[in-house]
Design a protein. Sequence first.
Length: 547
Amino acid sequence: MTKMEPEEQAQLIKENPHLQAYLENIKDKIGDPVFYSQVPREVRDESYPNFIYPTKGVVFIHIYRTQDMDEPEYHVVEPSLDDDIRIKMEIILKKIVEKAPTKKSVLLDDEMKEILKELIDENVIVDERAAAAPAKLKKGKAPPKVRMTSYQKSVIQYDVIKNIVGGGPLEAFMRDPYLEDIHFVAGEKIHLFHKIYGMIKTNVLVNEKDAPIFTRAISEKMGSPVSEGRPIVDGVLPDGSRGNIIYSSAVSIKGPSMTIRRFTETPISVTQLIKWGTLNASVAAYLWLCLQYGRSFFLCGGTACGKTTTMNAIIPFIPPEKKIFTAEGTPELQVPHTVWQRLLTKATGPKEGQVDLFDLLKAALRSRPDYIIPGEVRGAEGNIVFQAMQTGHPCMTTFHAGTVTQVIQRFTGDPINVPKTFMDNLDFVLIQLAIERDGKLIRRVTSLDEIEGYNREVDGIMARTAFTWKADEDIHQFKANRNSFILEEKIAKNAGYTDKSEIYTEHERRKHILDRMVEEEIMDYYEVVQCIWGFYRDAEKGLPISV
């Protein structure tokens, strides 16, 4: 149940006076919003949505549209500092400054957050009767500890972390699990790419005066300070999100601008992708077999089509005992396996200390992993990927291309220049695209093509379509059913099937399991992982559902 129970909603409002005040303020204009603990995808079909959902801590999100609005809007509901809280916070900040030198030195933002929470805890006595600041605080005479309500403490903790080590004006967005991208331009309302609504306008604005200071602070968090002499920078925020900042007004006419691609702590599960229609259970079952038996493939598509999301969703199909190496420029891949070596490029510092994806892939090959997963192949490192395949290392990676033909052309041409005869080390190419449909952006696996190999007579690569997407019906078709080169020649033979056609029975078995998981609403990523790995251990007996 995604809608909050009345008792749960009442408790939430009681514990958060700023939320109660907000609801009172909007009641006459908008009415009473629905409260969700998890936002159902169906809300995007409502003409006039009006709902609230919680994020981490004291921040709530209100999405609504009234009859005088063209589009739904995203409003951040966060506490403001009244006079009493402000007085108490000033004292807490002084105590933090005094006692911070006694704490251990830290390098990471998460460590700094813990130190700040610790300092606040040490200087606060929680007393639910201490709503108002005592007169002696107003005169500047601070007691050893400050009495405050648990709500006041949570507000102070939020504000201190937000402004000292958090995202400042973006802090509320960084706590929202439904966001993919944050788009900021000085002096304009911030826009977001919401997982359910797509692009949506917010009520948050950073004025032109504060924008340069703010963008410099964010760039420093990314380890790539921006300046007039270095007006464009890319980097990674401490939470793993990717940032791009355009700083100089000579380059960005409206003033500093920034795009942040959010890092998702918990990946989207494959059953969730099936429910959304990104792929169906048949495509997923095919991928399950291919990843179990060490096949290599490329997951391709354009920008923001969900390639990394799908890659993370299907990684659990790799058997749990396998040793996995990932190599990335930005840490986006998430692997649930115990033996996971996560390698990252290093573009800063002296040239001799820099490490690119090419270096990482060469290092990975020496470590004899069962699977190598480069985050994204763009250039010459594509050669190493094919060398890894040739030496028996299954590889799976993302790549920018819209068709299997484009993939072959780009890999066999400059600057990658993989010999055509090497292309049969690649088993298949999966294409996923972002498509505009009925005014909404949807993501779909549009094709899956098997690579049969190099044909000398035509000097070309032979491919066979395994799956296609029928746009008019929004369904996936298994075109290679009873005629799959990979399932029959690369998997059934090696897996010891006496009759190659039995592989299709196994495919149907996996498809049925995935369909049943969707029916039973097993959508949480880690629950899905346990189901798949339970099947590896004890077949159907290892599943928590009947099939």
